[in-house]
Write a protein that binds this ligand. Structure first.
Ligand code: GUN
Ligand code: FE
Length: 420
C-alpha cells in the first residue's frame, strides 16, 4: 500500500519531521519508506492520493477508564476520593449488568475511533463478563489495546468489592481466555491483557502479591495509579507503615515490572520514588486534564523528561472530560507553562514535544508504534484541514488542528496498515 500526502510526525521530541507531497510505502502493516517519488516497482495506480491532506500518526492514550465514559464531565468540584465514592463507584457497579456494559462500551469505543485514538491502555471494572465484552468489542473495532479487569478487595463499597480469591481467579480466567483466543490467530494480537490493581488503598497485600505473581507467570504488563492526590498519599502511608513510600508498596508486592508498567499521575513522587521509576523503567501516564479537574496538582513533567523517565499521555476519562487526545496535548502544554511560572528552571513543552508524548512516547509501550520511521507499525490519521490558508507550514497546520481543529477533519484512520 502506498499513500501520498503531507507526511508529518515526531521521530524525536525536538522537532517535527515533515515530508510535503510524499509517498509512504506500507508493507505488512509496517512503514517501509518515505520518498519524494513513487517507490521503484510501483505506478500511480498503486497510490492512494490524499492530495493536500496531512498524514499523521494516530494518538496513543496510555491511561483511560472505559466504564467512566458516561460520568466524564461530572462532579469536578470534588477531589479524588469523594469523586470516586460519589460518582465513579456507583457508575462502575452498573457494569455487572452485561447489557448496560455492552451499550456503554460500544459508545466508548465509537468515540475513541472518532477522535483518532489508535491505541489505548484501558482499565475496565471488577466484572469479568463485562471485561470480556470490552475485549470482544476492541477486537472487532480494529484498534490496539491493553485491557485489564480492575481488582478491588478492600476499602471499597459493598456494591463494588471482590473477595480476594475470586479477584485472583477471575483475573487468571480472563488472561487464559484472551491468551487462548490470541494463540489461535497467526498474527501478533492487537488486544492484550494488562494486570490492573485499582490502586494501593483498594487492594490487600495478599491480592497485590498474587497479581504480581500472575503478571510474572504470564509475562504481562501492569497498570495502576500512583501519587495522584495528597489525601490519597496520606491514606496509603497509614495503610503501609512497613514501607517508605506509595511506590515502594508496589515494589514490595511485585507490581513494578521492568519496562512493562504504567503508573498514572505521579504528581507528588518523592526522590526515592523517582529512583524506583528509573530503576524499573516505569512509564508515567501524564493526565494533566484530570489533574486540573480534580484539583490534584501539576506533575513536574519537564523534570521527569530531564531525568529520562518515559512518559505517555492519558485522558484518564472520566476524571478527564474528553477522549480527544488533541485536548490532552493542549492540557499537557498548559500544565507545563503554569508549572514554569513558579519553577523557571523547568521550561514549558513545545508543540512537537507534546505531540511526541501523545504518539511515539506512549506508543513505545506497544512496541514500534507512534512514528513513521522504517519498521514502525502504520497507525495513521488522514486529516483534511480544508479551510487552511496556504500561508501555513505543515507544522503550523498540525498545531492548528490540535488547538482549534475538529475530529471531523479526520477522514481516514489506520491501525497496523488496516483502515477501520
Ligand atoms: N485512583 C483510583 N481509581 C481512580 C480512578 O478511577 N480515577 C482516577 N483519576 N484516579 C483513581
Ligand atoms: Fe485513572
Amino acid at each position: 500500500m502506498i499513500l501520498k500526502g503531507n507526511i508529518i510526525f515526531t521521530s524525536t521530541p525536538e522537532k517535527f519531521d515533515t515530508y510535503p507531497n510524499s509517498y509512504i510505502l506500507v508493507i505488512d502493516g509496517k512503514v517501509k519508506s518515505i520518498t519524494k517519488e513513487i517507490p521503484k516497482g510501483y505506478t500511480e495506480e498503486d497510490v492512494k492520493d490524499f492530495g493536500d491532506a496531512l498524514i499523521i500518526p494516530g494518538f496513543v492514550d496510555v491511561h483511560v477508564h472505559g466504564p467512566q465514559f458516561y460520568n466524564s464531565g461530572i462532579g469536578y468540584s470534588k477531589e479524588l476520593i469523594p469523586w470516586l465514592n460519589e460518582y465513579t463507584f456507583p457508575l462502575e457497579s452498573k457494569f455487572k449488568d452485561i447489557d448496560f456494559a455492552k451499550k456503554a462500551y460500544e459508545e466508548f469505543i465509537n468515540e475513541l475511533c472518532k477522535v483518532g485514538t489508535t491505541r489505548a491502555c484501558v482499565m475496565a471494572t471488577i466484572h469479568k463478563d463485562a471485561t470480556n465484552i470490552l475485549i470482544d468489542l476492541f477486537e472487532k473495532s480494529g484498534l490496539g489495546a491493553y485491557i485489564g479487569k480492575v481488582n478491588m478487595d478492600r476499602n471499597s463499597p459493598d456494591y463494588l468489592i471482590e473477595n480476594t480469591k475470586d479477584s485472583i481467579k477471575d483475573t487468571e480466567d480472563l488472561i487464559l481466555e484472551l491468551e487462548a483466543k490470541n494463540n489461535k490467530e497467526q498474527l501478533k494480537p492487537l488486544v492484550n491483557y494488562i494486570v490492573s490493581p485499582r490502586f494501593v488503598p483498594s487492594t490487600t497485600a495478599e491480592l497485590m502479591k498474587n497479581l504480581g505473581n500472575l503478571s510474572e507467570k504470564y509475562n504481562l504488563p501492569i497498570q495502576s495509579h500512583l501519587d495522584e492526590n495528597r489525601d490519597e498519599i496520606a491514606w496509603v502511608e497509614s495503610l503501609h507503615p512497613e514501607v517508605n513510600s506509595f511506590c515502594e508498596v508496589y515494589e514490595h508486592y511485585g507490581l513494578l515490572r521492568n519496562n512493562q508498567t504504567i503508573m498514572a499521575h505521579c504528581i507528588y513522587n518523592k526522590p526515592e520514588e523517582i529512583e524506583l521509576l528509573k530503576k524499573y523503567n516505569i512509564m508515567v501516564a501524564h493526565c494533566a486534564q484530570s489533574n486540573f479537574n480534580l484539583s490534584s496538582g501539576i506533575m513536574p513533567l519537564r523534570y521527569y523528561l530531564n531525568e529520562n523517565i518515559s512518559v505517555g499521555i492519558g485522558s484518564d476519562v472520566g476524571a478527564g472530560h474528553t477522549l480527544d487526545m488533541r485536548k490532552h496535548i493542549i492540557s499537557t502544554i498548559t500544565a507545563s507553562k503554569m508549572y514554569w511560572v513558579d519553577n523557571p528552571k523547568y521550561l514549558p513543552l513545545s508543540i512537537s514535544e507534546a505531540y511526541y508524548l501523545a504518539t511515539k512516547g506512549g506508543g513505545s509501550f506497544f512496541g514500534k508504534v507512534g512514528s513513521f520511521e522504517t519498521d514502525y507499525e502504520f497507525d495513521a490519521l488522514i486529516v483534511k484541514d480544508e479551510s487552511t490558508p496556504e500561508m501555513f507550514s505543515l507544522e503550523e497546520r498540525l498545531e492548528r488542528f490540535i488547538y482549534r481543529g475538529d475530529s471531523k477533519w479526520i477522514k481516514h484512520r489506520y491501525v497496523r496498515g488496516n483502515e477501520y
